[in-house]
Design a protein around this ligand. Sequence first.
Ligand code: GDP
Length: 529
Amino acid sequence: MTFKDEIERRRTFGIISHPDAGKTTLTEKLLLFGGAIQEAGAVKSNKIKKGATSDFMEIERQRGISVATSVLAFEYNGIKINILDTPGHKDFAEDTFRTLTAVDSVIVVIDVAKGVEEQTEKLVKVCRMRNIPMIVFINKMDREGKDAFDLLDEVEQKLGLKVTPLSFPIGMGYDFKGIYNIWEKNINLFSSDNRKDIEETIEVSDLASPELDNLIGDAAANTLREEIELVDGIYPEFNKEAYLNGDLQPVFFGSALNNFGVRELLDCFVDIAPKPRPKQSEERMVNPDEDKFSGFVFKIHANMDPNHRNRLAFIKIVSGEFKRNAPYLHVRHNKKVKFSSPNAFFAEKKEIVDISYPGDIVGLQDTGTFKIGDTLTEGEVLNYKGVPSFSPEHFRYINNADPLKSKQLFKGIDQLMDEGVAQLFTLELNGRKVIGTVGALQYEVIQYRLEHEYGAKCTYENLNVHKACWVDPDDEKNEEYKEFLRVKQRFLAKDKRNQLVFLADSAFSLQMTQQKYPSVKFHYVSEFE
Ligand code: GDP
């Protein structure tokens, strides 16, 4: 197979959902289709179980499982599929945001009864910002839920999507009879008692045919005819180009648990989902089929075991071939590095591989040289954009509790921030350090890890911050900007990349500041055009 063929046959994507919508179950069924696992139950949920929030070690242990499920790769009809894990738990939303920089498309799973939930909204918003192609899977059709049309409306309104169903449910819950596949024009009848590995489908080229009445009964057949007519009338025809541009999202219905409607989803996915896409670096656009290797770090996983303090850095390959033992340029350090044991990921295991292709993820052993967003190349200076930080939700001062260990403390903080555990802000006024996190839990994690991995002790002190806003430095010469810097000095800080951040103490003060200094531009994300 040529290098181009290898790129052509890769699909790298993530499944996003609110916890409990069925992401793990769907992942598992996809792996079953790929023959990558033999039985249900093989994929460990990386879900943080409810009630575990009081015990962060338990959470970290559970999260540890997610190393195994960070990347799940399998083959289906000659297509190499890489599923990147995206934690649904809100305290780990940052992890998921960053992983979304490494996917070429996503599948959004929605629970038919619960509809669009909070985490789904947040994650879809990030995908929309990047025009990531999305397919929607409405799950749990074997349960009573919302009316299909109402739900499609809700998806459009709450998620800001433009949808078009490619399959449609026949009944629901107790009366769920199956799925009409609009994409392939056939019907798949549901029977909940037999766990089907391969579904049998019945061709229905003409919905008007009396055969349909025989299959599902007169009443259901008539309803389906009316509904499909409505679908044709309301929703645009599927258009691959629009989907790839992020302008149109096809919708499938099914039940992951019953392995129903999953094959339809998968077949359509391998057909329409994008192969590895070009990626913008600060310097230029990089195409996957370029000869020279380049890639970037989107995730770092630390080992919590103090005896094995190594970390695994996850690299998404953007262009060229990644080869074992080849010297690559660590752009930020301007240093050549070699990797003797790069890991590739398969369904449940990782293996050392000699060569990987664009779209693939490799795991590199790291002793602290990488941070999230780092770029590796064959020599060219490239910096991949698009691993932004979002404003944290919680802010606390971090204080050194053991003056003899300040070096250890700073080293520890530095490394934990590189891993993306939390964000560090240094106040302009007095140099005090502020840790910002997405979940309150991270403070305990940081304290524990500083002590056990770095031998340093810290305490926290509350700080009232509503949001961190990155300040656009474009107007440095502007008088208004200078006044803003002077008046608001005590709310200003620098992030790790030395970018200026305004720590607004309330929504009101942010609004007032914005009104007073209209030319100063604030951003909720650390990267802006
Ligand atoms: P995740 O948190 O999104 O990974 O959700 P899981 O895959 O762990 O599923 C959450 C719960 O919903 C589990 O108890 C599943 O068995 C159940 N579930 C998943 N899919 C379906 C489905 O199609 N129908 C029904 N009735 N339950 C489902």
